[in-house]
Design a protein around this ligand. Structure first.
Ligand SMILES: N=c1c2ncn([C@@H]3O[C@H](COP(=O)(O)OP(=O)(O)OP(=O)(O)O)[C@@H](O)[C@H]3O)c2ncn1[C@@H]1O[C@H](COP(=O)(O)O)[C@@H](O)[C@H]1O
Length: 112
C-alpha cells in the first residue's frame, strides 16, 4: 500500500491496537485508561476533539486540522471499540451510500 493512501488499513490497524489494550494497565496505556473511565468519558473526548478540529479549520490552521483530526479519529475508534462496532461495519455503511447523492438522500427522507 502506498504510504498515506486513502483506504481503511491505517484505521483498521490502529483499531486492532486499541482493541488489544482492553484489560491492560491504565497506568501504561492511554487507551486502557479511556476504557476504564467508560463511555461517558470516551464520548466526551470525541466531542472535544471534534470541536478542536472545527476551531482549527475556522482559523484556517491546516497543520492544526491535521493534528486534531488524528486525535478525533483515534478517539472515535476507541468509541467504536467500546460500542462493539468494528471498522468494517462503518466501511459497509459508507459503501452502501456509494453513488447516492447526499442531496437525493435528504430529499427522500423529507418526502418519506
Ligand atoms: N493515536 C493515539 C492518540 N491520539 C491521542 N492520544 C492521546 O490522547 C490524549 C489526549 O489528551 P487530553 O489531555 O486531551 O486528554 P486526557 O489525557 O484524557 O485528559 P482529560 O480529558 O481527562 O483532561 C493524550 O494523552 C494523547 O497522547 C493517543 N493515544 C494513543 N494513540 C494510539 O493508540 C496506540 C495505543 O496507545 P496506548 O493505549 O497509550 O498504548 C498508540 O500507539 C497510538 O498509535
Amino acid at each position: 500500500m502506498k504510504s498515506g493512501s486513502l483506504d481503511g488499513s491505517v484505521l483498521d490497524r490502529l483499531y486492532d491496537v486499541i482493541q488489544s489494550r482492553s484489560g491492560e494497565d491504565p497506568e501504561t496505556s492511554h487507551t486502557a485508561k479511556l476504557f476504564d473511565r467508560g463511555m461517558d468519558k470516551i464520548a466526551q473526548k470525541v466531542g472535544e476533539e471534534a470541536v478542536e478540529t472545527v476551531i482549527e479549520a475556522t482559523r484556517e490552521r491546516r497543520d492544526g486540522v491535521i493534528d486534531e483530526s488524528a486525535d478525533l479519529l483515534y478517539h472515535l475508534l476507541v468509541l467504536w471499540a467500546a460500542s462493539d462496532i468494528k471498522p468494517k461495519h462503518v466501511w459497509a455503511a459508507l459503501e452502501g451510500r456509494k453513488g447516492i447523492s447526499g442531496i437525493v438522500e435528504k430529499a427522500s427522507r423529507a418526502s418519506g
